[in-house]
Every structure is written in C-alpha cells, then in structure tokens.
Design a protein around this ligand. Sequence first.
Ligand code: PEP
Ligand code: MN
Length: 340
Amino acid sequence: MIILLTPAATEGDLQELVQNLEDRGYGVHISKGVEKTIVGAIGAPDQDKAIIAEQLSSFDYVERVIPILKPYKIVSREFHPDKSIIRVGGVDIGGQKIVVMAGPCSVESEEQTIETAKAVKAAGASILRGGAFKPSTSPYSFHGLGEDALKILAAAREVTGLPFITEVMDTRDVELVSEYADILQVGTRNMTNFSLLREIGNSNKPVMLKRGMASTIEEWLQAAEYIANRGNYNIMLCERGIRTFETFTRNTFDVSAIPALFGLTHLPIVADPSHGTGRVHLVPPVARAAVVAGADVLMVEVHPCPEKALKDGAQSLTPDMFSTLMTEIGLCARAVGRFV
Ligand code: PEP
Ligand code: MN
C-alpha cells in the first residue's frame, strides 16, 4: 500500500510512521515529491491489511492510504507521481532535455573508442556507450575486452568529459564494473537474471534495464522492481525491440511501449533503435519515432568504420550519419515541446 502524507506532516511524523510500519514487518520506501511525501509499505503479510490501512488513515498526518494492486509497486506511477530524474555526471536523465547515449557496440581499441567518443560528443551526445563484457548468442563471437575495455572507456571519459554506460552480465563483476562506469547496463538476455538484479539493487549505481526480448511490459516492470526493492531507485528502462515472427528486422521495435510505460511508471524511458531494428537505414526513422512517442533518452550505436566493426556493424551509424540524426531529432524534440 502507499500512504500519502498531508503537506503539514513533519520529519518526526514520517519517522514515527516508518517505525510503525517496520514493526509490522513492512519494507518501507519513501518518495519525496515537490509537494507531497509518499510512503510505500511493501511485503507485509496479507492478513489484516484492511484493518491496518484503516488504523493508519486515522493518523492526523496521513491524508490517504491507497492499496497498490499491481505486481510492481515502487516503480509504479502511483508511488511517485512525478517523473524521476536521474543525475549522472552533470546530465539530468528524465527531464525536458532528450539525452543521447552513443558509441560503439563494443570497445575494440583505445583509438576506436576515443575517436568515436570525440565524434559523438561533437555531434551533441552527452553519454558514451561501449561494451566491455559482451553477451552473445554464439559462444564463438567476440565477447569484449573486459577490464581493459573499462580502462579505455575511462580514458575516453577523461578526454571528452562524457560519462559512460557499459553492460554488466555477472554478479561477480558488479563491483568491478561499478568502479569504472557511470551507468550499468543490464542487457536483454539478463532481464530476468534475478541474482544480478538484486546485486545491482544493493548498490546505488544508476542502471539501464533493457527489455527482455520476449518479455511483456509487466514482466519488465517487475524486473525493475527487483532493483528498486533493494533500495536502488536510479533505474531507467530501455526498449530495444522484442522478438516477433518478423525476420526482416533483427527485432520488432515496440514504439507503443514508450507511451504505455509513461502511464505506468515514473522511471525514465530509453529507446534503442539500433538493436530494435538491426539495420542502419532503419535506425534514424525509428529514432525519430521514439522521440516523438516520448522517449527520454536515445541510445544509438556509432562506429568510425562500421564495415570493420567486430560486432553489430550492420546497425552502426557512421559519425556523419549520427550528426545528421542529431539535427533531425532536435526538430522532432521541438515538435513535442522538448529539446536535445
Ligand atoms: C548492446 O547494447 O550492445 C546489447 C548487447 O544490447 P541487447 O542486450 O539489447 O542485445
Ligand atoms: Mn550491439
């Protein structure tokens, strides 16, 4: 259930309520909005819920007690009616500005990464992406340079000032990747790796959770709840396409998920048209559609020489193509009252 406090509620009232709920066995999560404080009480025994709700309603600093019937609670819009803004290295994610993350699928060398970082920064990107630990459907594909790649990404950050996002696949690597990265990425293949989600939930690192390629929106939000439930609320959700019967595209980018999420959750929404389509000529139109549909962030793969890329060259934009795309999405952003 969520408990809405009155505007007059004091810090002491809040502490008293938290103690009361913890004594009853609830996990307590607090959301402080501009005008209101909301307390989420989660995970207590089902019995007597109605009675407890009635008792809590009688406190003079409690405005209302509302049951949350959905299977995800902390990430729901009810718990946090305002959109969440996540601050990463001076960049606000989830506000009026559409944030662009760009970079190669995989870190291949220091030269390739720094060249790409400089190019995407010059075109207006504010976060660098690059894979160090690469998930792969085939065990024979390139699996990334590991910690060496993290060092290269850190060097690129040093040169350009761009914070970076990179994927973590294993609970044993969360600490290592967190030492270097500004944002952790959970890839589509790990959306239901609950041990990994819990481990990330125990840290406070911003995390981008990609949609499982065969997951419903509700399953995806429950995966996010695993992270939030441990106390890490710095979560963004990334639509990267789902698997359908269509084979022309690598995945089917679900543009409708973006406005659907907007009504269900306060978490910032990222669109990844690169993995969502798998074809370079489809990336710009789908990126534009995602911005118009309400995405807060765009993630795009860029490579200085896509035909030589070790991974995902077919969906990687050249720096020139990326620069053109930035101009286009600037126009799209304006059309929906935002900016790039
Ligand atoms: C990636 O971002 O490079 C990646 C592997 O994405 P996904 O998990 O969406 O396939
Ligand atoms: Mn990729």
